[in-house]
Design a protein around this ligand. Structure first.
Ligand SMILES: [Zn+2]
Length: 325
């Protein structure tokens, strides 16, 4: 090959590469100086909505950022990473000859920072047949706490299912930044429904969520529902009643949205001690029917319980964002 052909080949390469011809040079110069490009982080842990800045050291070349999955996290031209939804992905960077990546793990949004949720797992291992007023100052008495239903096909106790979901919900809410108060974490307690509401009041909870399962004489009935105080409730302030109704709707929609359970709507009632003694927004969630063989099996299923917990947490998030922010 003569010199003229070599020069033409080099010129053609330079013309084709344009500005990019500087990039390999930049890398080679770094290598000669004993420097290599590094990313400011090789792993990132972000909550949905959070951002982080990635930078590339020892670089003068043009930087190109890309996300392996923009549905999980995006990155802009200046290396700002934004967490979009839960999951894992990588941010890739290209500069000169350098190819680097940063693993990104995205957790649920920290919606709950500064908020307190009180969770009541309905019932308990043994019922307490003593009575208490259904609300402050009321002369209507009701059993302190009942045993709860039993699964028609599994034989599972409602109190045990309520507790299992309550514990999962606690983990889910804490991961989202909430402070969580549990009325009970064991079957071996003796707490009346009024006493449970008092625990929520003492914590000045932003929401008091009571977890239950339903039972019907009609074995084909299935689906989830929620109970909120009615507008003419005389025990709760008007503001607490409205907020409770909003909470009930949000949590029920969150639950059914995540699990696919039938949405049977919000019922308004003024005869529940656990609602009437509450001074904070309160809703009782009927997660499904233990009298329906199919739903009974789901309610005892670990994966389904995780879906319930996530769905209820989504509903609490929605309530906080839409009504308390
Ligand atoms: Zn119940």
């Amino acid at each position: 090959m003569n010199k003229r052909i070599i020069i033409i080949a080099i010129l053609a390469f330079l013309a084709g590469a344009g500005m990019a011809v500087l990039q390999p040079f930049d890398d080679i110069q770094n290598m000669m100086n004993g420097q290599s490009k590094t990313l400011s982080a090789t792993t990132l842990e972000l909550a949905v909505g959070e951002t982080a800045q990635l930078t590339l050291s020892n670089n003068t070349a043009t930087v190109r950022w890309a996300s392996a999955d923009a549905g999980i996290a995006t990155v802009d031209d200046s290396g700002t990473v934004t967490a979009v939804s839960e999951g894992s992905t990588s941010i890739l960077v290209r500069a000169g000859l350098t190819r680097l990546s940063c693993a990104v793990s995205v957790t649920a949004a920290k919606t709950g920072t500064g908020k307190t949720i009180c969770i009541d797992a309905g019932h308990q291992g043994t019922a307490n047949t003593d009575t208490e007023p259904i609300g402050p100052g009321s002369d209507i008495l009701k059993q302190k706490v009942t045993a709860g239903a039993t699964g028609v096909s599994t034989g599972a106790l409602e109190s045990a299912i309520d507790l299992a979901v309550a514990l999962k919900l606690r983990s889910e809410l804490e991961a989202r930044g909430y402070t969580v108060i549990m009325c009970r974490t064991s079957q071996d307690v003796d707490l009346s429904n009024a006493e449970r509401a008092t625990l929520a009041n003492k914590a000045n909870a932003d929401a008091f969520v009571r977890l239950h399962c339903n039972f019907s004489l009609n074995a084909s009935t299935q689906g989830a529902s929620a109970i909120a105080p009615d507008t003419d409730n005389t025990f709760l302030s008007a503001e607490t009643v409205t907020r409770s109704q909003n909470l009930a709707q949000c949590v029920l929609n969150g639950l059914t949205g995540k699990t696919g359970a039938q949405n049977l709507g919000v019922t308004r009632r003024n005869d529940q001690s656990g609602i009437n003694w509450s001074m904070v927004p309160v809703s009782l969630i009927e997660m499904g029917y233990l009298s329906n063989a199919e739903e009974d099996a789901k309610l005892s299923n670990n994966d389904y319980q995780n879906l319930l917990a996530k769905g209820i947490a989504n509903g609490i998030d929605a309530y906080i964002v839409n009504y308390l922010s």
